[in-house]
Write a protein that binds this ligand. Structure first.
Ligand SMILES: NC(=O)N[C@@H](CC(=O)O)C(=O)O
Ligand SMILES: [Zn+2]
Ligand SMILES: [Zn+2]
Length: 430
């Protein structure tokens, strides 16, 4: 295995230091480290060293929709985005609701070798919302599942949600809820408001999200388990989570890069690339989720990378699939929305995109400080670079990025997974 000496990189955007990687670990971090024999040198001057990013919410589509994405292509996109660990959502075909399927996804990740893949287990059999899946068997499998979600669909039955929370408590698992009251969002196409009226698209009220979040926080307080809120998107949701945390109630929450940057006005284009679940909201909501992420009310950024093939997006708005790509643009969007606006530091970025998601996912080898003895999972970022997003340049099998043509700051220069380069010079290294 190649050893690396990365010289003069700014650790978490702070002071510059050298990093010596060997045998899958960070051997040393310090000033003027001697060059170890045979080590490959990387000039880290002006680059920021971050712990390998961890995504709690990725759709890799395999098994079942290999026309949209595979574990291989999705983890290549992840590595290019600076990630060393991704949680693969369960809404595949077959659904990841058994030990067999989660082990298959986990193994495909190991074989691909670009990024560790941590399968999320379905909460209910077939995502049907009626019967609990084999949560314990998935937890005990080789994939060691700790995060469970019916994402794409809400576990709307309160009794079932309660039982799921109770069940995972035994092994410290977490239920990640896609908070969407289904009766309030029937046929919904975009955010509910003045604009949805003007455009003639069925609206998706904020309260459909907020009512489930409030209910689940109370349910979880009753059970004493772990609740995580997926892709929170409204000002009201931020306020509910903030109030709950103030009361000492256990809840964690995520926001996507696109909800930190884009607003419902994108729907005026009628271009379904902007159609997503939950929908893009208002400027006021964007400000609130930014503030919530900055003050720690929202724990993490999660991409909700949701690849869809051209035929599911190249159609009229109401017929198109919900979802956007996110892995390769996440860090740039967060830099643009949060760092360049001075709302967060790079240390905060490390916290929200690596330390905390790893903690919520209960990963031992990821989300650790860049210090001697830690697994060498890290990424080097050139924050001074700018790039124009070109859909055809993605490593993903799909092209549905909402940032097409946008100029965004920052570029991932290198990514290391247990000391092995997955990305070098901004390109896949293997
Ligand atoms: N976010 C989306 O719009 N779509 C996701 C499902 C989801 O995250 O709810 C998908 O699987 O395509
Ligand atoms: Zn979802
Ligand atoms: Zn999702």
């Amino acid at each position: 295995m190649t050893a690396y000496l990365i010289s003069n990189a700014r650790i978490l955007g702070g002071e510059a230091a050298d990093l010596h990687l060997d045998n899958g670990e960070i051997v040393a971090v310090g000033k003027n480290l001697p060059k170890p024999e045979g080590a490959q040198e990387i000039d880290g001057t002006d680059l920021i060293a971050l712990p390998g990013l961890v995504d709690l919410h990725t759709h890799l589509r395999e098994p079942g929709r290999e026309d949209a994405e595979t574990v291989l292509t999705g983890t290549r996109a992840a590595a290019l985005g600076g990630f060393t660990g991704v949680h693969a959502m369960a809404n595949t075909d077959p659904v990841a609701d058994t030990a067999g399927v989660v082990e298959q996804v986990w193994r495909l990740g190991r074989e691909a070798g670009y990024c560790d893949v941590f399968p999320v287990g379905a909460v209910t059999v077939g995502l049907k919302g009626t019967q609990l899946a084999e949560l314990g068997a998935m937890a005990d499998s080789a994939a060691r599942v700790r995060v469970f979600s019916d994402d794409g669909l809400c576990v709307w039955d309160a009794a079932l949600m309660r039982r799921a929370l109770e069940y995972v408590k035994a092994f410290g698992g977490v239920i990640a809820q896609h908070a969407q009251e289904p009766r309030l969002t029937q046929g919904a196409q975009m955010n509910e408001g003045e604009l949805s009226g003007v455009l003639g698209l069925t609206g998706w009220p904020s309260v459909a999200e907020e009512s489930i979040i409030a209910r689940d926080i109370l349910l979880n307080a009753h059970v004493g388990s772990k609740l995580h809120v997926c892709h929170l998107s409204t000002k009201g949701s931020v306020e509910i989570v903030r109030a709950a945390k103030k009361r000492g109630l256990a809840v964690t929450a995520e926001v996507t890069p696109h909800h930190l940057l884009l607003t419902e006005e994108k729907a005026t284009t009628y271009n379904p690339v902007f159609k997503v679940n939950p929908p893009l909201r208002t400027k006021e909501d964007v400000e609130a989720v930014r503030e919530g992420l900055a003050d720690g009310t929202i724990d993490i950024v999660a991409t909700d990378h949701a690849p869809h093939p051209v035929e599911d997006k190249d159609c009229e708005w109401s017929a198109a699939a919900f979802g956007m790509l996110g892995l390769e643009t996440a860090l740039s969007v967060v830099q643009h929305a949060m760092v360049d606006t001075k709302l967060m530091t790079w240390a905060d970025v490390a916290d929200r995109m690596s330390f905390r998601p790893a903690r919520i996912g209960q990963l031992s080898g990821h989300g650790q400080p860049l210090a001697a003895g830690a697994p060498a999972n890290l990424t080097l970022v050139d924050a001074n670079a700018t790039r124009t997003i070109v859909p055809s340049e993605t490593a993903s099998l799909s092209r549905n990025t909402p940032f097409d043509g946008m100029q965004l700051p920052g570029r991932v220069v290198a990514t290391f997974l247990r000391g092995e380069a997955t990305v070098l010079d901004g390109k896949l290294a293997k």
